[in-house]
Write a protein that binds this ligand. Structure first.
Ligand code: MF3
Ligand code: CO
Length: 236
């Protein structure tokens, strides 16, 4: 998982230079495919429950699971979320970032920053002895106090030899609930947040989740290991 995580982190960092006005969302998929192959690893989203691409690319009001397309060109002012799972020797790492395409509105950059901040406030509780929902609660509090919404229909999750393992990790809820965290647990923690309402619809492609009100959405995810001290971040 550490090795898969390193490649995931490398790709997400390099995408910061790849993503610019005029490229298509398929260009992002091709870049991911190329770098994963160079490292003799695989993009685990491909074929997962029939998902047709190497990576999820979601633009503006698309929250998650956007399908890369040659026809979807990024424009100055867009925001784009990239969610990637790399598999190596049967083990997974899962991470997501939202990128600004050129210059974006102040509200859009505040949304992107809030998703990241919510993740880091959340993992303040990713420690042995804490309860799972302590993470959830810290994420919700951060997002809502910034005036944004927390998606209810998708959650973080355990991860290992499967992309999605128990437990589910909602990005909302009261603290002090759920399993007690133990060292060695590997979790994908992933706030998905919206500018307005958190309600979503799924488009006719059966994958792309969009905000019902058309507001922007942002996503920030890392795979973390619970230790006896600070959590270890595998995808940063
Ligand atoms: N990577 C997503 C997550 O963070 C799952 C995507 S499933 C796919 O859990 F099929 F859409 F790729
Ligand atoms: Co995930």
């Amino acid at each position: 998982m550490r090795e898969a995580g390193k490649v995931t982190a490398l790709i997400l960092a390099e995408l910061g230079n790849v993503i610019k006005p005029g490229i298509s969302t398929l260009d992002i998929d091709r870049f991911v495919e190329k770098v994963v192959k160079e490292h003799h690893m695989t993009a685990a989203e491909k074929g997962y429950c029939g998902y047709p691409a190497n990576v999820c690319v979601s633009v503006n009001e698309e929250v998650v699971h956007g399908i890369p397309s040659r026809k979807r060109l990024l424009r100055e002012g867009d925001i784009v979320s990239v969610d990637l799972v790399v598999e190596h020797k049967g083990y997974m790492a899962d991470a997501a970032r939202t990128y600004a395409v050129g210059r974006v509105s102040e509200e859009a950059s505040r949304l992107i920053e809030t998703a990241e901040k919510a993740f880091f406030n959340g993992i303040g509780f990713a420690r042995e002895g804490c309860r799972l929902s302590d993470i959830s609660h810290a994420i919700q509090t951060t997002v809502e106090s910034a005036g944004f919404g927390v998606i209810r229909d998708f959650v973080g999750h355990g991860i290992g030899s499967e992309m999605h393992e128990d437990p589910q990790i909602p990005n909302y809820g009261r603290p002090g609930r759920g399993p007690r965290l133990q060292r060695g647990m590997t979790l994908a923690i992933e706030p998905m947040i919206t500018q307005g309402s958190y309600e979503i619809d799924v488009l006719a492609d059966d994958w792309t989740a969009v905000t019902v009100d058309g507001g922007l959405a942002a996503h920030y995810e890392n795979t973390v290991v619970i230790t006896d001290g600070e959590p270890e971040l595998l995808t940063l």
